[in-house]
Write a protein that binds this ligand. Structure first.
Ligand SMILES: NC(=O)c1ccc[n+]([C@@H]2O[C@H](COP(=O)([O-])OP(=O)(O)OC[C@H]3O[C@@H](n4cnc5c(N)ncnc54)[C@H](OP(=O)(O)O)[C@@H]3O)[C@@H](O)[C@H]2O)c1
Length: 261
């Protein structure tokens, strides 16, 4: 029988590419995001291309009850979730004291709270079956503070810390948690996070969403606790842990400023 993966933020970018890979690998899918049209189009494409069943759930995960509603909908449909992918995420570029507090709340609710609640809801069922995988999309920003994207970097530090801790708790249970920490990736993320594009020095070096998705899928299958795609990103993730924090803060501020319009 086909296994089922639930992917949040499936309507674009890394989540969209992960949906393609899981379908190609024979997984049935539960896809969530806010954009019903994009989810429907993806569902039709995947069902036509691969012999899999795709359910869609339109939900705004920045609303506090959404995780519960997704879980209840899945249980009511008698769907067993073998893999949970917490991918949906949002950033915001700019000085914290000038930020829109509603957007700040959305980032915290989406990047931290919904990921935590989804994990708490689906994990016990996986443990009962002694089988399951959780893939959390963190960021290269998880490893250091991010001036000019303070809340986003802090939220991704939470994702990494939380994922690593739970992955240790689950040792020898048959269930694994993997945190993948991508560097700059070509998706709609930048536009939504209000970066200017011309000054963004990494643009030409950004990874494709597909390559990040392929990497994430492989590391999740192996049950790796933490994985950083890309040679230079790996070096950076180690480097920032060795350098004095003052230097790292200034360096990230300088790099982030290059992203401004
Ligand atoms: N792109 C990068 O450079 C980069 C680097 C490191 C980590 N990441 C992380 O990778 C993950 C995927 O981002 P991406 O780069 O693929 O960006 P993206 O193309 O903007 O995709 C984000 C996905 O999240 C969904 N989403 C956003 N807000 C939502 C909400 N309130 N409720 C439910 N779904 C919501 C979006 O769908 P709807 O708009 O339809 O809701 C979309 O499917 C994020 O966690 C991001 O932080 C990205």
């Amino acid at each position: 029988m086909n296994k089922t993966a639930l992917i949040t933020g499936a309507s674009s970018g890394i989540g969209y590419e992960l949906s393609q890979i899981f379908a190609m690998e024979g997984y049935n899918l539960v896809l969530t995001a806010r954009n019903t049209d994009k989810l429907n189009e993806l569902k039709n494409n995947l069902e036509n291309q691969y012999n899999v069943q795709v359910s869609i759930i339109t939900k705004d995960l920045a609303l506090p009850d959404s995780s519960n509603e997704i879980y209840n909908e899945v249980v009511n449909k008698d769907i067993i979730i073998d893999v949970l992918v917490n991918n949906a995420g949002l950033g915001d570029f700019g000085l914290f004291h000038e930020s829109d507090i509603d957007k700040v709340n959305n980032i915290i609710e989406l990047n931290i709270n919904s990921l935590t609640k989804m994990t708490r809801l689906f994990l016990p069922d996986m443990l009962k079956r002694k089988d399951g995988k959780i893939l959390n999309i963190a960021s290269l920003g998880s490893f250091q503070p991010g001036p000019l994207m303070a809340v986003y970097y802090a939220s991704k530090a939470y994702v990494l810390s939380f994922s690593e801790a739970v992955s240790r708790e689950l040792k020898n249970t048959g269930v694994t948690v993997t945190a993948v920490c991508p560097g700059p990736t070509n998706t709609e993320f930048n536009k939504k996070a209000n970066f200017g594009t011309s000054g963004f020095i990494f643009n030409k070096h950004s990874a494709s969403a597909k390559s990040v998705a392929v990497f994430s899928y492989k590391k999740m299958k192996k049950g790796k606790a933490v994985a950083v795609p890309g040679f230079f990103n790996k070096i950076a993730s180690v480097g920032v842990r060795l350098l004095p924090k003052r230097i790292v803060r200034n360096m990230v501020y300088w790099l982030q400023k290059k992203r401004s319009k």
